[in-house]
Design a binder for this molecule. Sequence first.
Ligand code: CTP
Length: 217
Amino acid sequence: GASVLVTAGPTCEPLDPVRVFTNRSTGTMGYAIAEAAAARGADVVLVSGPTTLDAPDGVDVVQVETAEEMNEAVQARRDDADLVFMAAAVADYAPAETSPTKHKKEEGDLVLHLRRTPDILKTVGANRRPDQVLVGFALETNDGPENARRKLEEKNLDWIVLNNPTEEGAGFGASTNRVTLLSREGTSEELPLMSKSDVAEALLDRVLHAHPPESSA
Ligand code: CTP
């Protein structure tokens, strides 16, 4: 009966009607969390960037494309959520201008200006309900624990899930993942390599153990 809000997938930032800036996220981890939470009886809203994945059973999927659209969809729903899992790989930069017509090539290099996109999770963390549980993700290729802990503090989270896409079995689109779960209280737990579905179950187990549904519903 708890309300769970999940973000998943990449965002796509248009340069013109043909080209986009995006990243290698496939949405698998976020969809696995949404599916596992729904199977445990939660009311789940999944805000998803473009993916090829099917909507998990019983999950209300809100499709978005850009970071701005994802931000609007999340901020409009954040106050209803008891648990928030932000697994999306949100583009940090988008083209400063989107051309209504296709860019044509010319001689020489092309210089593009990029602008910062809104930090969706930081806004959620800054406006959080006191009884809400916030779980963020950190994708790091180096200095993982330090970077993850800094993000946990800056974004006012309860938990952060750290992974390294360059590690064997933990990359984009893989069916497996190896994560370290860091808590606001300072604990750190390295989970073994396992399927993303099992990672989702393990995350829900840890989070629900620390914040029983009675106290978060
Ligand atoms: N996130 C978000 N909005 C953004 C960027 C990230 O909500 N504009 C969320 C992600 O869903 C994830 C967490 O914030 O839960 C990742 O933290 P962040 O500091 O943004 O990571 P990176 O974007 O990887 O930062 P950097 O590129 O500086 O490492």
